[in-house]
Design a protein around this ligand. Structure first.
Ligand SMILES: C[S@@+](CC[C@H](N)C(=O)[O-])C[C@H]1O[C@@H](n2cnc3c(N)ncnc32)[C@H](O)[C@@H]1O
Length: 246
């Protein structure tokens, strides 16, 4: 029954939807100085900062240009670490796939933008963040859309909430017409997708040992009224969290 449904859904997706593999990853993102507190560039000045899930490294570079003592971009995709290292030549800016032990308790500040919904093991990531900050250090995190947002399925949301309607198998089969990396699950696509709800993220933050200083579920533009009725899961465009290591 499940296979028959998957076959029908796959045929539908194949007929009506094409995936543009050359589409830019994050076209409409706010610049780093607009995402968090007003004085964010001053907060970064002279600090050792780590950018978790840095992607193309734009924010890591920006923080180096703002005068960070050291700006370290962490990125799981080795090819991005390589191109970032080749393209961004600043003495206070480096890229790596993992955080080396020498940095334990050394970082002053962490950022992570649009990456938490991609981390396959977000609790482990929070532990790594906690361990690399010194006491009093802060993590500024912004992520989304999360799973129940109309486009929380990212490339699988071919129309609003399509990722909740079609089976994982049908969507992966459809995607694999355009990619040949052999992914069979949402969390196996390049960069990952962990399908967590906002409630699940909040539970992880509560258990992380960090103090939650601020948690703001920003409604989809113009939909604040809907958020009041439906709650945060279906109507939040971006989750902003500020954590402090006690
Ligand atoms: C949507 S991109 C955001 C990139 C960048 N922060 C930005 O805002 O443009 C998310 C990035 O997180 C990376 N990522 C996923 N899991 C990771 C992990 N465990 N460690 C480091 N990076 C990871 C992905 O490869 C991807 O480049």
């Amino acid at each position: 029954m499940y296979d028959m449904l998957t076959n029908i859904q796959f045929s539908f997706l194949k007929t009506f939807y094409h995936l543009d593999t050359n589409a830019p990853a994050s076209e409409n993102r706010l610049s780093l100085d607009k995402i968090f507190v007003d004085n964010f560039p001053q907060k970064v000045f002279g600090k050792f900062v780590v950018d978790f899930g840095c992607g193309l490294g734009g924010d890591t570079k920006t923080m180096a240009e703002w005068g960070a003592k050291l700006s370290l971009g962490l990125e799981i995709r080795e090819e991005l670490v390589k191109t970032n290292s080749e393209n961004i030549k600043l003495s206070n800016c480096v890229f790596a796939t993992t955080l080396s032990a020498e940095f334990k308790q050394k970082a002053d500040l962490i950022i992570s933008i649009d990456a938490f919904e991609h981390f396959s093991h977000p609790a482990d990531m929070l532990k790594i963040m906690y361990d690399c900050l010194h006491p009093g250090g802060e993590a500024f995190i912004s992520f989304g859309p999360t799973w129940y947002h109309p486009f929380g399925g990212h490339l699988f949301a071919v129309f609003p909430w399509a990722h909740l309607i079609f089976t994982e198998k049908a969507l992966l089969r459809w995607r694999n017409q355009f990619y040949n990396d052999g992914a069979t699950k949402f969390n196996e696509v390049a960069g990952g997708l962990n399908q967590l709800s906002i409630a699940e993220f909040v539970e992880l933050f509560n258990k992380s040992g960090f103090v939650i200083q601020d948690l703001n579920c920003k409604p989809i533009r113009g939909q604040r009224w809907l958020q009041k009725i439906l709650g945060r899961e279906f109507t939040t465009s971006m989750v902003l969290v500020r954590l402090k290591k006690p």
